[in-house]
Design a protein around this ligand. Sequence first.
Ligand SMILES: *Cc1c(COP(=O)(O)O)cnc(C)c1O
Length: 384
Amino acid sequence: MPVSPLYFDYAATTPIDDQVLESMLACMSRHTHFGNPASRGHAYGQAARELVEQARGQVAGQLGAVPESIVWTSGATESNNLALKGICHGMDKPGHLVTSQLEHKAVLDTAAYLERQGWTVTRLAPDDRGLIQPEAVRAALRPDTRLVSLMAVNNELGTVTDFARIGHYVRAHGALLHVDAAQAVGKVVLDVERQAVDLMSVSAHKVYGPKGIGALYVGERARPLLHAQMHGGGHEGGMRSGTLATHQIVGMGSAFALAGLLAEDEQRRIQALSQRLRNGLLGLPGVGLNGCAEQRIAHTLNLCIQAKGFNVEALASELAISSTSACNSASNAASHVLLALGMGEQQARSSVRISLGRYSSETDVDKAIEVFRRVIMAGASALW
Ligand SMILES: *Cc1c(COP(=O)(O)O)cnc(C)c1O
């Protein structure tokens, strides 16, 4: 069997941290906390409920939020759906929604759905560095703008949006701000109060937690307006019914707490690795960085490789990287994010996302640079 390719796709998903796994196992066997957290009448339910509430505090802590503002969901896709549909369906008539061309499909497709229901949608284009500028958001606000939805960190580019400044503009205007922060936890400072964020989507599996669990922060201004999308037993303050997945929730809580604890060290380490990777790859012929070079997280790099005969697939047996975001790859279309940056179809298709994480090492980075060098040079010499 061929050796497994080196993992450089942390932006698509992360493996579960061992510490997180341990916390989850403690709620999975019949000898431990298997009770239904909604069973208030007996000790089994109460024990599970305590764990769920502890996790709620851990997630809230990483967002600068109070625990009561956290609603459990199945992931950031559901959180984005709940935020957009929940707020828009809570209005007495359709209004105006502002988002951008760079958003995750979970926001773009939901916005398109709302558009079919009568909402007017503005999809902002990025500036020439691939950033959504706060001034552009401010200029797009109209008297009937109810909601602005933008991501904190772009999942394909790694660029960071100045959502705090946007938050203050949106708040002054009287609209609500939703931020998809799935790529931001543990990487950029999140503080919903100070940053004037009304709704924030997060996911566990991007932060070394399990797949299939996420949360939506619902601030005080958004809460009375949010319309449930999942009806049932009235769990989560009526905002999202369904028996809570104790083990998933506990895993997400410990993953978020761990992300907070490790943030500083991890930041420093990834910064150094990323610099090494960037220097190595940008030194190769025909390789350029997509998206703003400064206003970004270090973890994710998106590179355009314009070398003769180069094809992305040639890297795949040795490096686990993404040619488009994993979330788009069901369709196999060229990245809508790169096209929005003004790149041609061909350039977009010869771009790759390479992302670093907790278990990336200097040796891995050096090997990756070597693989890129070999594939690029092989493509070039094949044509001579
Ligand atoms: C991964 C991701 C999502 C989807 O999250 P899931 O938990 O996998 O549904 C949404 N938005 C962004 C920015 C992401 O990176």
